[in-house]
Design a protein. Structure first.
Length: 296
């Protein structure tokens, strides 16, 4: 495999740390960004999406996506779609335009556990079917756009990412803020499963899939031991030594955040069967260990 990787979203939370890991493995890393960023370790140059040329590139990583923790207005939904499905379609079109021998060997594309919809206590491995709802529709279209690269001779890996815990990540920083203020609490009845993953494990799992020929198709990017929201709440409050609980009622979440609030009330008990069967070892299997590392 040619050791040149191009990362869409190298300026973002997951991608910025991934660049350094790939560079440490001997990859030359190009960041693809609408605005660029000078200070990402491992990125040797930046290109804008419209200037991308994959000739000579062995690996494409697509982590682009507008943040979805906003009210889901029609305008926002258009942005969510364009930045995920639109960007992925553009990548595949660019790959198709190249002669076969010049095409990248791997496309690692982001997706999310939202593809499963709300599934109660059902155990969801990587082969589980898609669910219903707006996020499931969005993720399904995103994955189908990536799948089109398979017919071009590219190994496609679709990471169904859970709630990523790591410093600088939106989900984690927001959780920490409300808990430190003593206003953290379970969401709704708290029984919904939250498939979390430590950001370091997520990035290492991505490098593992890039360099492991047998890794392909859908891959759950989640830790082996998901937690119910109520248990995550308890463990986080213990980790930050705040014992105040203000449960957030479901109706208030929906009122405040609309569709996104509704999505926080349904869960997915996703487990990383494929990663583990391929031989990937998680550093953070237990939420307590991840939280202890992140809260010092
Ligand atoms: N973090 C999580 O908990 C989580 C969970 C499930 C799935 N995911 C998915 O995993 C991927 C990486 O997550 P992340 O947390 O690293 O995201 P992030 O920090 O928000 O970065 C995503 C990247 O997307 C690009 N982007 C943002 N808005 C865009 C738009 N309107 N059009 C085109 N590109 C846009 C940005 O690149 P430039 O501004 O440099 O162009 C940015 O670097 C995303 O696709 C996300 O949906 C994340």
């Amino acid at each position: 495999m040619r050791k040149h990787a191009m990362i869409y979203g190298a300026s973002g939370f997951v991608g910025s740390g991934l660049a350094g890991m790939l560079a440490a493995k001997g990859f030359e890393v190009t960041g693809v960004s609408r605005k660029g960023r000078g200070d990402v370790e491992g990125v040797s140059r930046w290109v804008k999406p419209e200037a991308v040329d994959f000739a000579g590139c062995g690996v494409v990583v697509n982590l682009a996506g507008a943040p979805i923790d906003k009210r889901w207005t029609d305008e926002k939904k258009k942005e969510f779609h364009e930045s995920r499905v639109g960007v992925t379609e553009d990548i595949v079109t660019k790959i198709a335009a190249l002669p076969e021998e010049e095409r990248p060997k791997v496309l690692l594309n982001a997706s999310a556990v939202g593809i499963y919809g709300g599934r109660g206590d059902e155990v969801l491995d990587d082969s589980a079917t898609r669910g219903g709802g707006y996020l499931a529709d969005l993720c399904d279209a995103w994955e189908k756009a990536a799948d089109r690269a398979e017919a071009l001779g590219v190994r496609v890996v679709k990471f169904r990412i859970g709630v990523v815990l790591g410093k600088g990540g939106q989900a984690f920083e927001k959780l920490m803020m409300v808990f430190k203020l003593g206003i953290g609490g379970r969401l709704g009845d708290g029984q919904q499963w939250m498939p979390w993953i430590h950001v370091e494990d997520l990035r290492l799992a991505m490098v593992f899939c890039i360099t492991t020929e047998a890794a392909e198709g859908a891959v759950n990017g989640t830790a082996p031991e998901p937690e119910r929201n109520i248990d995550l709440t308890r463990k986080l409050s213990k980790a930050v030594n705040r014992w105040v609980f203000f449960p957030v009622p479901g109706f208030a979440l929906k009122l405040a955040l609309g569709g996104f609030g509704g999505a926080l009330l349904v869960g997915q008990k996703a487990i990383p069967t494929k990663l583990e069967s391929l031989g990937f070892t998680f550093r953070y299997r237990k939420l307590e260990d991840a939280l202890n590392e992140l809260t010092g």
